[in-house]
Ligand binder design. Structure first.
Ligand code: DGT
Ligand code: CA
Ligand code: CA
Ligand code: ZN
Length: 588
């Protein structure tokens, strides 16, 4: 069985591209609508389009005539089609970018091109700023302003995917609001699917799956939620909307008996689904988003269907253990599930305490006691106070003297909890600045008095690979530095990782017993999943901490645990799953 290179969605996008180029070119309504309708059909198919082509049944699909079928066949074979190539000769392809601007459809784009010679976003912006667009019939000053706003919004969003830390609350909010807008019996079950359910660090669009006895009512309520700006598609069991913040969201409604199969399908990833589909085919079953259907090549008679109301049952039917969504990235998880060798992934319940956090002694927003009490309230057995050291621009960075004062406070608080029988220890450490020249901001005799030292890079982030790597190595080789904090210093959709040579850094950490941090703050997620996997393979130990600057930040722990789960980590790989005495032994 070969792996198909192009998915239904890829085909639909290609058909949409053709429809848009045709409409911009000025072809008649029937010419472009044929392609646009076919795109919707392909996008909502239960079956893989590759199979339909192989069976010679393409023109049986609604809206798929000879011309469309020819394009689909060529596209699946080569990733392009003669028709698209011809249209690209006739219409500047950069006009397609203009369609992403809020309020600009193919008709308007065509006029901007024909009448003002605009072919790119830059030219569009220049024309709008020069107030040339308002002179066109039917455009006006208002639509010119709207276009400028739209370009601005695009520029801010760029091609970037949305960080999980934005997407996840958004999808949970939509689900809560949708439930609140409907009577109790309208929704039987509802879950986020897609990349959000897999906890991927960034998200293309949101996906929601629901079981409902009354899909029309649910679709109507969904499309009129206050977060929704445009309804992009509204069908009986499927809708797609654009939210006010620019994110797009798909909602699908399925029947109870299809839930397991549909949730599996819409959780993805696409590549995991393709592998699962191939496995099913080998066993004589064709897997769709609704059910398994016997192909006749296995034991069951052709056409026999199996429904799965739970994902577990579907995986089990195919001889697999249930695979946690975070692992569904086609990285070998299906083979492990077949031999019942999936790792027992770490969970948030395994976390015994945190090893990186701040108070208002540096840039935190709460007192030492408030932070520690928040940790206690979460059931933690320890929490490391690690305010920024001097050497960073942050006002109030701690030095030797302030650390001595913090030690007194920490001891007094610990005494209080001990007297009250509270099983909790506040640990004293520091987030030690690794200076631009590689020196550390505090001397060894100061560091020696601390329980745990986290060393991090916050400045001169543009240094070349060798310089910034050496900086980190200096810290790693210091006998008092226990943990390397947020090793690549990246901030999702704000700044890229530094040039740091993570392979060298991880090897040095393994050699010296320096722990690598998974910083759980959703803006950081640093180490990322790939680095975390590699680090553990090289023999490194990991700590997961939220780097909390206020008590609420401790909620972010689930994001850090998700990175670890995506890296296939178990609790044994993570030192802050240990009770504090064993945890301390695991440090240098
Ligand atoms: P994203 O939105 O780019 O962050 O990633 P996903 O994984 O959420 O992808 P999305 O929203 O395009 O589709 C949701 C899930 O639906 C995807 O993970 C797997 C499934 N799916 C969508 N299109 C196809 C397809 O053409 N073939 C297969 N096998 N599965 C698909
Ligand atoms: Ca998605
Ligand atoms: Ca989607
Ligand atoms: Zn930091």
């Amino acid at each position: 069985m070969t792996t198909h290179q192009y998915t239904n969605h890829d085909v639909a996008e290609h058909l949409r591209l053709i429809a848009n180029l045709k409409e911009i070119k000025g072809e008649g309504r029937f010419h472009y609508l044929a392609f646009r309708n076919a795109a919707e059909v392909v996008d909502s198919l239960g079956e893989d389009i590759n199979d339909i082509v192989a069976a010679g049944k393409l023109t049986d699909l609604p809206s798929v005539g000879k011309g469309v079928a020819e394009v689909i066949t060529q596209f699946l074979a080569s990733g392009d089609s003669d028709l698209a190539a011809k249209l690209r000769d006739q219409v500047p392809i950069s006009l397609i970018d203009l369609l992403a601007v809020e309020g600009l459809g193919p008709k308007k784009v065509a006029r901007l091109w024909q009448e003002l010679g605009i072919t790119t976003l830059d030219e569009l912006k220049a024309a709008a700023e020069a107030q040339k667009i308002r002179q066109l019939k039917g455009f006006g000053a208002k639509s010119e302003e709207k276009i400028l706003k739209g370009i601005d919004l695009l520029a801010r969003r760029g091609d970037e995917r949305t960080p999980l830390g934005v997407a996840r609350p958004a999808v949970l909010g939509l689900i809560a609001d949708l439930k609140a807008a409907l009577p109790d019996d309208a929704i039987t079950a509802i879950e986020p699917a897609g990349s959000v359910r897999r906890w991927k660090e960034s998200v293309g669009d949101l996906d929601i799956l629901a079981i409902t006895p009354r899909p029309a009512e649910v679709m109507a309520a969904f499309c009129s939620l206050p977060q929704v700006r445009d309804v992009l598609w509204r069908g009986e069991t499927k809708s797609r909307v654009r939210l006010k913040d620019g994110l797009e969201c798909d909602l699908r409604a399925v029947a109870q008996k299809h839930w397991g199969t549909a949730l599996q399908y819409f959780t993805g990833s696409k590549q995991h689904n393709i592998e699962l589909r191939e496995l099913a085919l080998k066993q004589g079953w064709s897997l769709s988003e609704y059910d398994l259907e016997a192909t006749g090549r296995g034991d069951a008679p052709a056409g026999e269907k199996r429904h799965f109301a739970a994902e577990e049952a579907l995986y089990e039917f195919l001889g697999l253990d249930w695979i946690p969504p975070e692992m569904r990235e086609a990285r070998g998880e299906i083979a492990l599930a077949r031999t019942h060798n999936l790792p027992r992934l770490i969970t948030t319940a395994d976390i015994q305490g945190e090893l990186h956090g701040h108070s208002n002694w540096s840039d935190g927003k709460a007192t030492i006691q408030e932070m520690a009490e928040a940790a206690i309230a979460r059931g933690y057995k320890y929490w490391l106070l690690s305010d920024h050291s001097i050497g960073l621009g942050v006002t109030g960075g701690v030095d030797s003297e302030k650390l001595a004062q913090q030690r007194d406070i920490v001891e007094e608080l610990n005494q209080g909890w001990a007297d009250a029988g509270v099983d909790f220890r506040l640990l004293l450490g520091v987030e030690l600045e690794i200076l631009a020249d590689g020196r550390l901001a505090l001397t060894n005799d100061v560091l020696a008095k601390l329980d745990v030292v986290v060393a991090s890079i916050h400045s001169s982030l543009r240094q070349d690979r060798e310089t910034i790597t050496r900086r980190a190595l200096n810290a790693i080789n210091n006998p008092h530095v226990d943990i390397l904090g947020h090793p690549t210093s990246r901030m999702l959709s704000r700044r890229p990782p530094t040039e740091i040579d993570m392979e060298r850094v991880m090897r040095a950490c393994a050699e010296t017993g320096t722990v690598l941090e998974i910083n759980a703050h959703p803006v950081r997620l640093d180490l990322n999943d790939v680095h975390a996997r590699r680090a553990v393979d090289l023999g490194c130990k990991i700590a997961i901490s939220t780097d909390a600057h206020r008590p609420q930040h401790m909620d972010f722990i689930e994001y850090g645990v998700a990175v670890a789960r995506r890296a296939w980590l178990t609790s044994e790989n993570v030192i802050n799953t240990l009770p504090w005495d064993k945890m301390q032994q695991a440090l240098k």
